[in-house]
Structure formats: structure tokens, C-alpha cells
Write a protein of this length. Structure first.
Length: 199
């Protein structure tokens, strides 16, 4: 998924909406768990929790991508284990009594921080959306991604792929500039012709 500082205002709004919906599902799920023992290790999911669980499962992959594209990859160390709180959303109640505080609330905080990052980038996203250079860069990036695809399938690591994409984009940009410079006389003639026609 595209890095959050390289998306349009429409994509920004869409991601904020999806994160808010996911947060509400998580809250609904946690609010409808019933503890079966005093330590909270065994829980029962009522009907609402089961419905929320189903929706969370369907949206989990997309939500992870949205959060990870912020450049963050939430990893928690709980009870001597490293866990991904999003992937382990249905097992978080096991960690509530190991001195870590309210784990469910910590996950909601994590989602809200992600929403906050997208919200604070809204103005920049609006400016990007109306900037023609942003769209040119997007097109160049898309072409570079297609050209570098065979190298990805050959097992090149991410750093080499990034470098290759940057080289491809630089070559295409240079070629475009040289083409414009080469045809500048034709462009001038064309502009003169339009001026003559209009005047």
C-alpha cells in the first residue's frame, strides 16, 4: 500500500473512514466479551461480539496495510513475547493481568494514533492532489514499478528495488526534459501560431 505522504486527499479520507470503522468494531467486540473467570483468561463472545469478530477478520488485512503504510509497524512486548496487536486482537484479553494495564485500550490508542497521523496530513494531501508534479511523480512511479517487477520476481531485495526504481524514474524524467528542450522551437512556433490566430 502507498506510503501515507504520497496519497491524494480522497485516499486519505477513505483511510481515515476505514480506520474509524475498524476502531468501532474493535470497541464493539471488546464491550461484548463476557469474562468466565476472575483473571479474564477465558471469555465468552455474545452474538454482537461474534458479528464484530467476523467484520474485524474481513477488514484486518486492509487495516494492517493502512497502519503499516504510516511507516509504523506496531510490535508489543507482552509477557516476554513480541506480538502484533492487530493480528492478535482476539487474544489480547490473555495479557490483561500481567501488569501491562488495559491491553484492549492500548490497541484502541494505537488505532487512534494512526487516525491522528492521517488527519494531520489532510492539508498536505489536499495540496498534493492539486499539484501537477505529484501526478507526474505518481505516473513515473507506476511505470518504474512495472519495469522493476521482473527484478522483484528474481528475488532482488527491497533496497535494490528502490534504487532501481529511482534510477528508472530519473532516466524517464531526464528523457522528458530533453524531449521538451529538443522541441522548444516547435513549441514556440506553435504558441506564435495560436497568438496570431487569436489576435
Amino acid at each position: 500500500m502507498t506510503y501515507y505522504r504520497k496519497i491524494t486527499i480522497w485516499e486519505n479520507r477513505k483511510r481515515v473512514k476505514l480506520l474509524n470503522e475498524f476502531k468501532n468494531l474493535v470497541i464493539t467486540y471488546f464491550d461484548n466479551l463476557e469474562n468466565l473467570d476472575p483473571f479474564g483468561l477465558k471469555v465468552h463472545e455474545n452474538r454482537k461480539a461474534q458479528q464484530a469478530r467476523s467484520e474485524i477478520n474481513m477488514r484486518l488485512g486492509n487495516t494492517q496495510s493502512i497502519i503499516y503504510s504510516l511507516g509504523d509497524y506496531p510490535r508489543w512486548s507482552l509477557g516476554g513475547q513480541n506480538i502484533d496487536p492487530l493480528a492478535d486482537v482476539f487474544n489480547l484479553h490473555h495479557y490483561n493481568n500481567i501488569g501491562e494495564g488495559n491491553i484492549q485500550k492500548m490497541l484502541i490508542d494505537e488505532i487512534e494514533r494512526a487516525i491522528g497521523k492521517y488527519e494531520s496530513d489532510k492539508n498536505n494531501a489536499s495540496l498534493r492532489t492539486v499539484n501537477p508534479l505529484f501526478w507526474i511523480d505518481l505516473i513515473l512511479d507506476y511505470i518504474a514499478s512495472i519495469v522493476s517487477l521482473p527484478f522483484k520476481t528474481m528475488g532482488f531485495d527491497q533496497e535494490k528495488i528502490k534504487l532501481l526504481k529511482w534510477i528508472i524514474k530519473s532516466i524517464m524524467l531526464l528523457a522528458a526534459i530533453l524531449t521538451v528542450l529538443q522541441n522548444i522551437e516547435h513549441i514556440k512556433n506553435f504558441i506564435s501560431l495560436i497568438k496570431e490566430y487569436l489576435l
